[in-house]
Design a protein around this ligand. Sequence first.
Ligand code: PGA
Length: 245
Amino acid sequence: MKKIIASNFKCNHTRASTSEFCVNLANFLTQDSIKTSNKILQKCEIFLFPSSIALLENNNKNFTIGAQNAFFAQNGGFTGEIGTDHLAEFKIKTIIIGHSERRQILGENQEFCAKKFEFFKNLGFKIFYCIGENEEVQERGDSAVLDFLKSELVGIDLNYSNLILAYEPIWAIGTGKVANLTQIEQTHKALKALAPNVPLLYGGSVKAQNIAEILNIKEVDGTLIGSASWEFSSFKAILENAAKI
Ligand code: PGA
């Protein structure tokens, strides 16, 4: 199975720099070095999640553009949000739900995430659904972590065929503090027991230097990457190293 390599731009990149990134990526995957790009395409499935204002038409056969967020409506009185009308204009059928930054900073609770999940599931979207514990839970040990992760799966249909789960410990996001390989392996094993057929990504300070060892863990089906993926040269190095495994 191909490894999923997804880049979450978060609140970074303008329309101009997002298009530049996509042009660079498209060229790299077709022209730069045929041998490298073929290998990347054979081994990796690539996703990019730009900010809403920089969404681009999802029309490249070598990578998929998804949305970081949208409201669970076609359109309507939801100030500051975008709906499925906006996504349809860009042929976008992929969305992130439950990212810890939306849960923590924007106050999206589990009920809200589950409602959003149900709405986009009913439309057949590919859903990158994120879960992850904070440092305090992590310090309480494995069973506290698993209980917490289960609480973030309440109301989520783990049999949904277009679901991708992303385990992203909050203490590892944007901190440079990556979870150690044993921690990743153990948590992924426990999550795989709950959702055996669902691709499971790891996220949290993944970069070119550590991606290969993380992808080498049997239970890791890919990675969701923030900061290290925003510079095109660094994303390119990530893809090259991912393709070596
Ligand atoms: P990071 O972010 O790679 O900067 O740690 C990961 C994420 O939030 O998806």
